[in-house]
Design a protein around this ligand. Structure first.
Ligand SMILES: CCCCCCCCC/C=C/C(=O)SCCNC(=O)CCNC(=O)[C@H](O)C(C)(C)COP(=O)(O)OP(=O)(O)OC[C@H]1O[C@@H](n2cnc3c(N)ncnc32)[C@H](O)[C@@H]1OP(=O)(O)O
Ligand SMILES: NC(=O)C1=CN([C@@H]2O[C@H](COP(=O)(O)OP(=O)(O)OC[C@H]3O[C@@H](n4cnc5c(N)ncnc54)[C@H](OP(=O)(O)O)[C@@H]3O)[C@@H](O)[C@H]2O)C=CC1
Length: 297
């Protein structure tokens, strides 16, 4: 979507950049010329991704560099290490993509305290630790940085069976808005993306495993009748991390093919056939006529 070289000179940290959506967004940022630090717990995974992104066939002239540094986002010392290594290698940091997450479906009453803590710690604590660390660096160095948080649609609607994730994503979303208000004076912007289903191994293994996958079609309740494509999300993420979105802050953009709208009171009526609509129309019109007559009487 953005022109070639649109992110030239920018350095972006992507948490969870070794896999799934974080990897797809990192790939696009690098193609647009950004230097990208990818971090997550598994060094071998991020090393492999860094190698892949640096050696892609058709890599454009002017594509950015990739640095892979292991980091558990629950650990402030490891976060500070990522920040100092990034500055040492690339000179500065312009953007932070909080994309790391942990999640799995489960009836909430089956969760141990530790299971609940694990999700909230990765998603909420990890997001505010990283944002706080990078924000302090930006304010001290007068850099107008930008944060993009990968949220979910159920961060605002809530959802059963992923309650720790909903709690944590909801908290991160309110942090996005709160800090957008507070740090605007430093030129720092914070936004969020709320994706619907975008197939990744990490999400599908934990949110759509067998026998669920054989029982239901996740596209049936999506108005556009398909899942998202990684490129569609990467376009939006790059735009929100770029200077082209310079007047957008505190915003959450949903990219879900209309899935959240399916909860609308009457949205399920797409199952009604054309013949049934003929009958329904006649029945309603008959009732209209009857009520008019009552008024005349
Ligand atoms: C429609 C289509 C889709 C559509 C999907 C569209 C919307 C999706 C929106 C959001 C998507 C995402 O976030 S997708 C992101 C998915 N990716 C990830 O989750 C990647 C990282 N995940 C992980 O590493 C693991 O899954 C995770 C458990 C979170 C963390 O691993 P750790 O090694 O740190 O922790 P562990 O020690 O294994 O586990 C911690 C505790 O959690 C418990 N635990 C772990 N799994 C459990 C389970 N299934 N049920 C109960 N409890 C569980 C353990 O027993 C431990 O508790 P004790 O027994 O008490 O010790
Ligand atoms: N796929 C989808 O349909 C949707 C996804 N999302 C969101 O998109 C983002 C990416 O998810 P997706 O790509 O699907 O799944 P992945 O499992 O591929 O991505 C999650 C990433 O988080 C990293 N991670 C997990 N725990 C930690 C930790 N403690 N410290 C640092 N990194 C960690 C993982 O790497 P490692 O294990 O090496 O640490 C992994 O790279 C998440 O925020 C998710 O909530 C939102 C809505 C829908």
């Amino acid at each position: 979507m953005l022109r070639d070289g649109a992110m030239q000179g920018k350095t972006i940290i992507v948490t969870g950049g070794g896999t799934g959506l974080g990897k797809s967004i990192s790939r696009y940022l690098v193609q647009l010329g950004a230097n990208v630090t990818i971090c997550s717990r598994r060094q071998a995974v991020i090393d492999e991704t860094a190698h892949e992104l640096m050696n892609e066939p058709g890599r454009p002239v002017g594509a950015g560099q990739v640095l892979a540094i292991a980091c558990d986002v629950r650990n402030p010392a490891e976060i500070e290490h990522v920040i100092s290594q990034t500055i040492e290698k690339f000179g500065r940091i312009d953007g932070l993509l909080n994309n790391s997450a942990g999640n799995f479906i489960s009836p909430t009453e089956r969760l141990s305290y530790k299971a609940f803590d694990t999700i909230v710690d990765i998603v909420l604590r990890g997001t505010y630790y990283f944002t706080l660390a990078v924000g302090k660096y930006w304010i001290e160095n007068k850099i107008p940085g930008t944060v993009l948080n990968i949220s979910t649609t159920y961060a605002t609607t809530g959802s059963g069976y992923v309650v720790p994730s909903a709690v944590a994503k909801g908290g991160a979303l309110i942090m996005t808005k709160s800090l957008a208000a507070e740090w605007g004076k430093y030129g720092i912007r914070l936004n969020a993306i709320a994706p619907g289903p975008f197939p990744t191994k990490g999400a599908w293994d934990r949110l759509f495993p067998e026998p669920l996958a054989s029982m239901m079609d996740p596209t049936s309740r999506i108005p556009l009748k398909r899942v998202g494509e990684h490129g569609e999300l990467a376009n939006l993420a790059a735009y929100l991390l770029s200077d082209y979105s310079g007047y957008i802050t505190g915003e959450t953009i949903t990219i879900d093919g209309g899935e959240v709208l399916a909860a609308g009171e009457f949205s399920h009526l797409e199952q009604v056939s054309s013949e049934q609509w003929d009958m329904i129309e006649q029945t309603i019109k008959q009732a209209n006529r009857a009520s008019k007559k009552e008024g005349q009487g």
